[in-house]
Design a protein around this ligand. Structure first.
Ligand code: WTA
Length: 572
């Protein structure tokens, strides 16, 4: 008997009957209607009579707590929308959100969408150079930030002529603001009850998330308001969100999980979410979940492995009996982690697989479905997924054979393009399939298994880092002649960045230089992109045309076969 306690019927039944129309119907949306994510997440929930329901329970680093109802959120997002509009920001212009996980980040996201802006969330740990690359590419008009991140913006402001407004949400007047800088205090702004929401339609651009590829600069993944149709129903079915849940998504909205499932999905379902400003700390995380009686928890393998490392005793010290559903995303969830969660929480983490580009979960383990630890599960009903041959890009139609994970385009939340980069976007499609760029296989029961990435992108702690961006930063260091960045294995973060470097004449390898180079990258890019190890080498392996062969270095790190090296220019 299928377990009717879940939002989703049994997987098999759902496969037969599911259509995106179900989501549209529940959202009261018909093709051609106006659709604005900001409205759907706040006004609509209030119109449904849930204005007094808690939308956000927020805790600061210091443990200070703030609570906002859906009505508070509706009004505050209106205030932000009015503020942006009055400043002179026009629909379609890019508004970057560059903040820690504070309420202004969440409400700024919805407020920006309400006035028709394209919101561009960026991880607040980014250094000036990472920030510059993304603001320059998007020709961003405004950035909303905090005092502590202002110096990073000031560093690059002059080089960004399109950036006209730097909005500081916590300015205390202690130091004068400069030209183009504006103070905004959400709590002191006039509460705007009525706001004329921008009449966005299905294909109106909504969110611009930057994601890294192997070559070139990071690309802006262009989402549209229609993505809601996928994000709403996958939140309901995969995360099994229900009326009385207290939901916790540990992801930062600088990355797609933090927006699709940390803002849009849960709030369009009218859920209460809690958010903690703090980063990972086992004891604090358990306390947080105990204090707020978290019921549904969406996290990532690195966090789970970090918790595992802290042991089982610490779990027993906390009452986590409220937890009823656990899910994970971002990197391979190893079987040990799934089994451990069963042991300590009495529940298995449900692995979910998707990408910035897909906008929503595309392969997953569903509540009630048998979990095979280590497998990513099965395609979401309404999404056709397969494994294609690595050379011909045609479906393999064979089980147990490794190929590339591919999806049939057509679900609502697929990105519509990369910002100013249609050529690269089109290159992701072959024979009518969207190629995810990941290798995997399908077993006899239809379960998908992840094998690895098909490109050189480094996935560290669930965050994609592009080697090109790291190498570009490295060669700006005065001692570095050439560089190659690859992922090396790490027991907790899955992989971390390792840099291979040849030095310019006059520089000698040393521990001190290694640390200086590491720090150099950390400041320019972020701690994630910082190499955890620098190896100084005489030469780097290259193709005859002079291209550095990262895969040779990577294989070396992973103890794998190097494969075809016939095109190598120099001896290894
Ligand atoms: C990887 C994050 C294994 C994969 C939502 C994918 C995973 C990339 C899983 C997307 C998983 C995501 N198992 N690998 N369950 N989920 N990935 O764009 O390589 O930041 O292509 O989106 O993360 O990362 P992105």
């Amino acid at each position: 008997m299928p377990d009717t306690a879940f939002n989703m019927k049994s997987y098999e039944e759902e496969l037969k009957s599911f259509s995106w129309e179900i989501s549209k119907k529940e959202l009261g949306y018909k093709d051609g209607d106006l659709i604005n994510i900001g409205w759907y997440c706040s006004d609509r929930i209030c119109n449904m009579g849930k204005g007094e329901k808690l939308a956000l329970i927020w805790e600061s680093f210091k443990g200070e707590e703030k609570r906002y109802t859906f009505n508070d959120m509706r009004v505050l997002t209106n205030s932000i929308a009015v503020y942006l509009r009055k400043l002179g920001i026009k629909p379609g212009e890019r508004v970057c959100l560059f903040m820690d996980k504070i309420p202004e980040l969440y409400f700024g996201f919805l407020g920006g969408l309400k006035m028709g802006a394209i919101v561009q969330p960026l991880f607040s740990a980014f250094g000036s150079e990472s920030l510059f690359t993304r603001l320059d590419d998007a020709q961003t008009t405004a950035i909303i930030t905090q005092k502590k991140h202002l110096p990073k913006v000031r560093n690059i402001l002059e080089q960004l002529p399109s950036l006209q407004y730097v909005i500081v949400v916590d300015d205390d007047g202690s130091k004068p603001l400069r030209e183009k800088e504006y103070a905004f205090h959400m709590a002191q702004e006039e509460r705007i009850e009525e706001f004329e929401i921008y009449p966005s339609k299905a294909e109106t651009p909504s969110v611009l998330h930057y994601t890294s590829g192997t070559t070139g600069k990071p690309k802006g993944a262009q989402h549209v308001h229609y993505s809601l149709i996928s994000q709403y129903i996958t939140s309901k079915y995969v995360l099994d969100l229900k009326e009385d849940d207290i939901y916790w998504c540990t992801a930062d909205p600088g990355w797609v999980t933090g927006t699709s499932y940390g803002i849009i999905g849960p709030w369009s379902n009218g859920m209460t979410q809690c958010v903690s400003e703090m980063g990972f700390m086992a004891e604090s995380w358990y306390k947080f979940m105990e204090r707020h009686k978290v019921t549904v928890w969406y996290s990532a393998p690195t966090a789970i492995r970090s918790l595992m490392k802290e042991g089982n005793e610490i779990v027993k010290k906390h009452d986590l009996s409220s937890l009823r559903h656990l899910a994970s995303v971002g990197e391979p969830l190893n079987a040990e982690a799934v089994l451990w969660s069963q042991e300590v929480f009495g529940k298995m983490f449900h692995d979910t697989y998707w990408q910035t580009e897909t906008g929503c979960i595309v392969v997953s383990n569903y509540p009630g479905m048998k979990i095979k630890p280590g497998s990513m599960g099965k395609p979401f009903p309404g999404i056709e997924a397969t494994i294609v041959d690595l050379k011909t890009f045609l479906p393999l139609n064979k089980t147990g054979v490794v190929g590339m994970i591919a999806l049939k385009p057509g679900w609502p939340s697929m990105i519509r393009s990369y910002w100013n980069n249609e050529v690269i976007y089109q290159g992701k499609f072959k024979n009518g399939w969207y190629l995810c760029g990941d290798r995997g296989s399908i077993d006899d029961d239809g379960y998908f298994w992840f094998v690895g990435r098909d490109d050189d992108v480094i996935n560290t702690a669930g965050h994609l880092v592009g080697p090109f961006e790291i190498e570009s930063a490295l060669i700006e260091h005065p001692a570095v002649a050439e560089s190659a960045a690859v992922g090396k294995p790490d027991p907790v973060n899955m992989e971390v960045v390792k840099a291979f470097i040849t030095l310019k004449k006059g520089f000698e390898p040393s521990k001190d230089l290694e640390l200086k180079i590491m720090n150099f990258v950390r400041k320019k890019l972020s701690a994630l992109a910082m190499p955890q190890e620098v190896e100084f080498v005489e030469t780097l392996p290259k193709t005859r045309s002079g291209k550095i062969m990262r895969r040779v270095l990577r294989a070396q790190e992973w103890g794998e076969e190097i494969g075809d090296i016939s095109t190598l220019e120099n001896d290894m």
